[in-house]
Design a binder for this molecule. Structure first.
Ligand code: NAD
Length: 457
């Protein structure tokens, strides 16, 4: 990367922010609304680009574009709701207030598997808050980045540098992290990436928002509706070919219903339609790369040497022979195996029996990652325990829903090695702003806080 070119991009981004921050927030919201409307108009074409690059099936690709549209709508509403609190002042004739201001430039590093939605989560919030954004997409998804950038440019020539796409790999991501002009680095990807990049930003005391790997689990209790459960488990474990951060990796099944559950699960897996993702009947496309396939196979090989039962996992001869289609694997274990503690970004579901719910919750939580979790039960005591402080330690805890497929209205993210960041809905916007506490004295005296006296004697 040429440093002169990089410096020019930063200058352009800075100027864009300086102009944009003066636009009243509701007017910023209006431009974001137009951006969302143009995405709506191009939904089908954009989804095709996602299918082409990320190899997602049609309905999931369209769902991802819908997520970007939803984020634009959300940001438009938010543009009139960037509320700051007013607190009662302890002094007469004083006002104590919080004012939220934009940060400046937000650096956004994204993963291959959500090539449009994760940008939309970040951009819509960053922009409505008055920031500009430098986006470093995954090298697997440059066309998706171009498509959204073109739409932004079409919607506003005046503020076109509010979105700058910096294509590249590690070098470009590191440049963003090192750059003190970038006030917030929002990075989505593997935990390894987060561990390498976060210290670079911390060394200059910059802010990070990290959305890293997951190792998600579901607990299936005796009262669960098994048909609903098996559907939820299969979508979470196999959807997007096991390549979602929220993909279900581990299932803990109560011993009393284990055989019945497994029979239904195998039946559902056997019915999966795996093939070309642009064929509307396909439910699973290929893995993103040969290296993902090799990683999946090496994990399965190592498991086969242990006391476990491995079903599926083999390469399938469907679709383009240059691509890597697989039968999702189910691995039945009697002990916690080392492989279960890490995220393998492929469709491998570990299944283990349990007898006591507290043990199942402990097994679920006893990994380094803390993104998504689910319980399937019709016993409200069990679901309330799961949602209590003794329950799931993840950022997402669902009841009678699988671990994947979050709505944009809630804050999205996870704990521990997942990075602790929150994006998307609720009050996640606050991460993209700086909080100013303002005390205004409109009286003619100067009383000091806490009753401190500083009078001339
Ligand atoms: P990845 O870590 O390989 O790459 C993500 C981004 O970081 C890319 O833009 C890449 O170029 C950059 N990058 C990677 N390693 C880097 C390094 N050492 N130095 C500088 N830049 C680096 O991830 P991926 O394979 O694209 O995506 C899959 C991973 O992302 C999974 O671990 C998944 O769980 C995670 N993910 C998390 C979330 C979330 O919200 N928590 C969402 C999507 C994906």
């Amino acid at each position: 990367m040429e440093s002169r070119n990089y410096a020019k991009l930063i200058e352009a981004s800075k100027s864009a922010h300086e102009k944009w921050r003066l636009v009243p927030a509701p007017q910023r919201g209006e431009i974001i609304r137009n951006f969302g409307n143009e995405i709506r108009n191009q939904k089908v074409e954009l989804a095709k680009t996602i299918t082409e690059e990320a190899r997602k099936i049609v309905t999931e690709a369209e769902g991802e574009v819908q997520e970007a549209i939803d984020m634009c709508d959300f940001a438009t509403g938010l543009s009139r709701q960037l509320y700051g609190l007013t607190m009662p002042s302890e002094r007469p004739d004083h006002r104590l207030q919080e004012i939220w201001q934009p940060l400046g430039i937000v650096g956004c590093i994204t993963a291959f598997n959500f090539p449009m939605a994760v940008f939309a989560w970040n951009f819509c919030l960053a922009a409505v808050c008055g920031n500009s954004i430098i986006w470093k997409p995954s090298p697997h998804s440059n066309k998706c980045a171009d498509a959204l950038k073109n739409i932004w440019d079409k919607v506003t020539q005046e503020h076109k540098d509010l979105v700058i796409v910096l294509k590249g790999g590690n070098e470009e991501a590191v440049a963003i992290c090192e750059d003190k002009n970038i006030q917030l680095v929002s990075a989505t990807g593997s935990t390894q990436m987060g561990k390498e990049l976060a210290p670079i930003v911390a060394a200059r005391l910059g802010r990070t928002l990290l959305e890293l790997g997951g190792n998600n689990a579901a607990i299936i209790c005796p009262t669960a509706d098994l048909d609903l459960t098996v559907k939820g488990i299969t979508f979470s474990a196999c959807g997007t070919t096991g390549q979602r951060c929220t993909t279900l990796r581990r299932a803990f099944v109560h011993v009393d219903i284990y055989d019945q559950f497994m029979e239904k699960l195998h039946g559902y897996y056997a019915s999966l339609k795996i093939g070309d993702p642009s064929d509307e009947s396909s439910q699973l496309g290929p893995l993103i790369s040969e290296s993902s396939f090799n990683t999946m196979q090496s994990i399965l090989e190592s498991l086969k040497k242990k006391d476990v039962v491995v079903h599926g996992g083999q390469r399938l001869e469907v679709g383009d022979p240059k691509e890597f289609y697989v039968m999702p694997a189910i691995v039945e274990v009697s002990e916690i195996e080392e492989e279960m503690l890490n995220e393998t970004f492929a469709p491998i579901l570990y299944v283990k029996k349990f007898t006591d719910l507290k043990d199942a919750i402990h097994m679920q939580n006893n990994v380094r990652q803390g993104l998504s979790s689910s319980i399937f039960t019709n016993d409200f005591r069990e679901s309330e325990l799961f949602l209590s402080s003794e329950g799931s330690d993840c950022g997402i805890a669902n009841v009678n829903i699988g671990t994947s497929g979050a709505e944009i209205g809630g804050a999205f993210g996870g704990e521990k090695d997942t990075g602790g960041g929150r994006e998307s809905g609720s009050d996640a916007w606050k991460a993209y702003m700086r909080r100013v506490t303002a005390t205004v004295n409109y009286g003619s005296e100067l009383p000091l806080a806490q009753g401190v006296e500083f009078d001339e004697s």
